[in-house]
Each structure stands twice: as structure tokens, then as C-alpha cells.
Design a protein around this ligand. Structure first.
Ligand SMILES: [Zn+2]
Ligand SMILES: [Zn+2]
Length: 327
């Protein structure tokens, strides 16, 4: 029998229907292989030549540079002289697309996140943290969304490994919902919902995939899609940009292991990962920043589009079991 499960953080329901996995088109057996773009056509081999200009930041601060932050040449939002103000036109509401759209680019064309050394993977998080610390001073900006699209099925148009940082003058709806539900939980129980979930999952262990002393990865109880993984620092940190380096490093290490597990155990699918964190104005100390990894193994059907209720054909306990298998 299928089961409805509620995600306590987003407040959303999902339908777990493992028996539907027998429908042949639901899970892709093999994913299309990403094509490695030739170096001479890559816009990230020479920032100047490709018109990207000089990096705004680079990492490490001393020694050979391995991670760069550049403005996106095709930004979704651009910062003007003023903060964006909400205006109306008839029944509609709009504002200027004022924001900041950066890319974090690692040096080696051939080394995606799981293939970097742990030190360099931590460097990707370090440069993001440095950028957010600068942006939080800008009172026009509300929230920084950080994500990676890996492969065409995940929406990547450039092969060279890179990560996006889109800083917006609004709270994105998914984040808004999660902040709201976490706050309600905190008000009722005086505890962080994610800290409670971490304690519960660590005890049961059936959905835990990887952990180290500072970070943990598990298959969420109400996973919206097959093989979804959530990664959190085990201690409570509301804001990504306030997290100490050793915690960032431990979290980066668990993310690397998770991405390698997708590669070994799910025929190397394309994926998105994203970071959910508190807004830049420090208004949500009850929130617990984390990473979500979504492998692209299913296609959304009519039910999902029409209701917003996802149907997941993979039991999260089963997903954790598959992903724990080492090569
Ligand atoms: Zn490249
Ligand atoms: Zn917490």
C-alpha cells in the first residue's frame, strides 16, 4: 500500500508509492552520459578571453589559486543604484530584478566536486562563505541561493564544474515555507526541528547514509524524489556564512561521499544540489542550514504539476541502503 508522508520542515505532503516502480518509464536505468566539452571552447579556462573579466575573489588567499568567484556573464538579477521596491500594475505585483548573480568556478576542467581533494572541496564552501559575508552588509539583499547543476538533465549549459550564487531581494517561496514551519516548531517545542530530526535519524540509523563527527547525510523520511539526500552539520548553525571552517570541511567531505555514492550506485546520474540557509539579515536563528541533493532519475508527471504533491517510488530506507554500498 502506498503511504502519505508529511515533510515537517516544508509542511508538504508526498505520496510514497514503491509499487509504481514497476512502471517502466519511472526510473531511468542509465542516464545519458555528460559530454566533456573541449578545453578550447570552455569559457572558464581563461576568464579574460571569454569576456568574464577578473575574478572578484579567489581561494586560497596565498599560494596557487584553485577556486574563483566571478560575476555571471548572463545574470538572472543585476544590482542597480537602488533597492528593489514592490510596485503594482492592476492585479499584478512586480519589482526591479535587483540582485547579484555570481559563479564559483574550480580550476580543473575535469574535476567535479566529488573528485576534488577534501581541502579544495572545502575551498568551494570557503569562497561562498566569504562572498556571503560581504553581501550581508547590503541592505537591499535578502537571501543567497547556492546551487550546482551537474549535467544537462539538471540544467547545466557549461560542462566545466561551477556553482551558482543568486542573491535576491526576496525570500524564495520554498525557503519561506521551511523557515515558517521551522519557526512554528521552535515556538511549540523550544527546539530546532532539524536538530530533533538529526537525533531521531541517528538513533534509528536506517536512513543514515554517511556521517562523521561533524556532519551527517540521510535519506529524508518524506523524500519527494528517489534517492534524495539531505546533509547537515550535526551541531546547530543557522547561517552558512557563520559556520566555522572545520564544520564546512566536514560537511563538504560528506557531500563528496554522497555524490560519489550516486555515481557508483545509480549509474552516474545528473544532479542538482542546493544549500538552504537563513536569510542574510540574521532573522531566523531557529533555522539549521543544510544541503539537499536531488539526482535526476525521474521525470515529473501530471499529478506533481497539478497538485504540488510529489509521488516518490523509492522508499527512503531502501534508498539509504543502496547509497551506503561502497564500490
Ligand atoms: Zn574548462
Ligand atoms: Zn538545529
Amino acid at each position: 500500500m502506498s503511504e502519505l508522508r508529511k515533510d515537517l520542515v516544508s509542511g508538504e505532503w508526498v505520496i510514497l508509492a514503491p509499487h509504481r516502480a514497476s512502471r517502466p518509464h519511472d526510473v531511468k536505468k542509465t542516464s545519458p552520459k555528460r559530454k566533456v566539452a573541449p578545453l578550447n571552447k570552455c569559457p572558464f579556462e581563461d576568464f579574460k578571453k571569454s569576456g568574464n573579466g577578473d575574478p572578484l575573489l579567489s581561494w586560497p588567499h596565498d599560494g596557487k589559486k584553485k577556486v574563483f568567484l566571478i560575476p555571471n556573464k548572463y545574470p538572472a538579477l543585476t544590482h542597480g543604484a537602488h533597492c528593489a521596491a514592490s510596485r503594482s500594475k492592476g492585479p499584478y505585483e512586480y519589482m526591479d530584478g535587483a540582485g547579484v548573480h555570481d559563479l564559483v568556478v574550480t580550476k580543473d576542467h575535469f574535476l567535479n566536486f566529488p573528485k576534488l581533494s577534501v581541502h579544495d572541496a572545502a575551498g568551494v564552501f570557503e569562497i561562498m562563505r566569504e562572498r556571503m559575508r560581504a553581501l550581508e552588509k547590503d541592505k537591499c539583499l535578502v537571501y543567497t541561493s547556492i546551487f550546482q547543476c551537474w549535467g544537462p538533465d539538471a540544467g547545466a549549459s557549461i560542462y566545466h564544474p561551477h556553482y551558482q550564487m543568486l542573491t535576491m531581494p526576496i525570500l524564495p517561496p520554498d525557503v519561506n515555507r521551511s523557515l515558517h514551519e521551522s519557526e512554528l516548531y521552535f515556538r511549540r517545542r523550544k527546539r530546532c526541528i532539524h536538530c530533533d530530526i538529526i537525533a531521531f535519524e541517528s538513533k534509528g540509523n536506517s536512513r543514515v547514509i554517511f556521517k562523521n563527527p561533524l556532519a551527517i547525510a540521510f535519506a529524508p523520511y518524506a523524500s519527494r524524489s528517489p534517492y534524495e539526500v539531505k546533509i547537515l552539520p550535526r551541531k546547530h548553525f543557522a547561517r552558512f556564512e557563520k559556520t566555522p571552517s572545520k564544520v564546512l570541511r566536514a560537511t563538504a567531505e560528506i557531500l563528496q561521499k554522497t555524490l560519489r555514492a550516486l555515481e557508483y550506485n545509480l549509474s552516474d546520474p545528473d544532479y542538482n544540489f542546493f544549500i538552504h540557509t537563513s536569510p542574510l539579515d540574521a532573522s531566523s536563528p531557529h533555522y539549521h542550514w543544510h544541503i539537499e541533493v536531488i539526482p535526476k532519475v525521474t521525470v515529473l508527471g501530471g499529478l506533481e504539476w497539478s497538485t504540488g504533491v510529489d509521488v516518490n517510488i523509492t522508499d527512503p530506507d531502501q534508498a539509504a541502503k543502496v547509497l551506503r554500498v561502497k564500490k
